[in-house]
Design a protein around this ligand. Sequence first.
Ligand code: DC
Length: 225
Amino acid sequence: MTGRMRIAIDGPAAAGKSTIAKLVAKKLGFTYIDTGAMYRAITYKVLQHAVDLHDEEAIAKLIEKTDIELHPSEHAQQVILDGVEVTDVIRSHEVTSTVSAIAALTSVRKLLVAKQQGLAAHSSVVMDGRDIGTAVLPDAELKVFMTASVEERAQRRFLEEQSRGITTDYETLKREISERDLADSEREISPLKKAEDAIILDTTGKTIEEVTSSIVKYAEERYPR
Ligand code: DC
């Protein structure tokens, strides 16, 4: 493989995007970029500073000078916010339940989309999020829209949280995932939406290996030579 390739993976919450994207990146030797982690880091910063969530001007000012670094690591990708590691704290319930509101703000999206485009400017990447194929990398060589039934997504999140020692009941997770899908799909700027030229991949009932290898196959077919 010689040329540069950008793979965009979009889809609703808990569809398995980050698990799969990380594995695809590893197999192909590309850089993995978790854009959801960037929205979570910004949300964490807003919550830490106790800024009024409705005061967009104050939020825009607060985040103007924000440094977010993503470092690949064997387990989770490390997230560094203004020099401090926030990898785990950005997965808290407080951040998860606030992130859709923060991600709907124009100033937040402008800042992060520009950062994401910068990260993908010179290297081969696998980037996952909600608007990668439509707004961040509209000319990506491969676009995948990953879905799964809400029941399966809630079940996966349940097992994931359990393994991290968090106990949330399944029905609550299912409700929260549905609410987040709705908020992410109905916002005005860059809503969660399949790009016209994206391949739909329904992961319901499929294993991680199956989904990973089908994306790697698509990538190999489309790789610019
Ligand atoms: O993928 P995730 O659950 O970590 O994403 C957290 C939130 O960030 C999600 O509810 C929507 C938002 N998001 C977004 O608006 N655009 C992206 N490219 C990635 C995430």
